[in-house]
Design a protein around this ligand. Structure first.
Ligand SMILES: Cc1cc2nc3c(=O)[nH]c(=O)nc-3n(C[C@H](O)[C@H](O)[C@H](O)COP(=O)(O)O)c2cc1C
Length: 243
């Protein structure tokens, strides 16, 4: 494959984007946007968020060692962005975005009711890494909109219209799965049939076509090579995005 090499930049994309709510020792509430988040343990259930020390939320979370992760849907895209480009030092984002804050049950931090999924967290460890500090937190409770749960009790996160974040842009999530955990070794024919129909439909869509033929065409196209400014492309990746 014709690959371009980049030195030491995190090109892990896409990632979820979340709004984190927090409260200071004095009882002031704030919300900020986080994309550097992830699941890190099953038992006890744990997740992480990475925060730059300059954020107001960094101070608040360090004081109380608690926060809530709120998963926004596409209706909240602008609010999600706003909470990530304005600081609580200069504006009351909760008031400005008209969020309904509901008191947590297991933490003394409110969550955003408009978000379909809310996760209550208690910080266990803070690891300074460089630009960011990594907050490792235990999940002590969560709230999920009842319309995302079917009669069998299964949670359908795909019904929530959650947002993905990919290299500076927000994307909607597809509602249709193209496979499931273990599908590659599954023996159940009905299960395979269920997913393969959607997989084939997706992979044959114009936007999704992935074939080695296309790749070879691109490789041999001299114009693509000539117009390709590798230095410029590298800059866009290595430039700090201040996230
Ligand atoms: C999409 C997006 C993702 C972001 N991800 C992070 C992140 O992971 N960690 C972080 O410290 N800041 C992140 N930020 C920046 C903060 O949300 C931003 O600086 C915010 O204004 C901080 O608010 P505060 O000062 O009220 O805490 C992100 C911003 C956006 C728009």
């Amino acid at each position: 494959m014709n690959k371009i090499d980049f030195k030491g930049s995190v090109v892990l994309n896409p990632v979820p984007v979340v709004m984190v709510s927090c409260r200071s020792n004095e009882g002031k509430d704030n919300v900020f946007t986080v994309a550097w988040t992830g699941t890190i343990n099953t038992k006890p259930p744990m997740l992480s968020i990475s925060i730059r020390p300059e954020r107001l939320s960094f101070e608040y979370i360090k004081e109380t060692m608690e926060f809530c992760v709120n998963l926004p849907n596409i209706n909240l895209m602008n609010a999600t962005d706003f909470c990530g480009v304005r600081s609580g030092k200069e504006v009351d984002k909760i008031k400005e975005m008209n969020f309904t804050m509901v008191e947590g049950i297991n933490v003394n931090v409110p969550y955003i009711d408009e978000c379909p999924i809310n996760i209550e967290c208690k910080v266990k460890e803070i690891i300074p890494l460089g630009t960011h500090h990594l907050f490792l937190a235990e999940v002590v409770g969560s709230h999920i909109n009842s319309n995302l749960i079917d009669e069998s009790g299964k949670i359908h996160f795909e019904w929530a219209n959650l947002i993905n974040y990919c290299h500076g842009e927000y994307f909607p999530m597809s509602k249709e799965a193209i496979g499931k955990f273990g599908i590659s070794v599954a023996k159940n024919k009905d299960l395979i049939k269920k997913y393969s129909k959607n997989y084939k439909k997706t992979i044959n869509k114009k936007d999704y076509i992935v074939s080695s033929k296309n790749f070879k065409k691109e490789k041999n196209n001299e114009n693509t090579k000539k117009n390709f400014n590798k230095d410029k492309l590298k800059k866009t990746y290595t430039k700090s995005k201040n996230r």
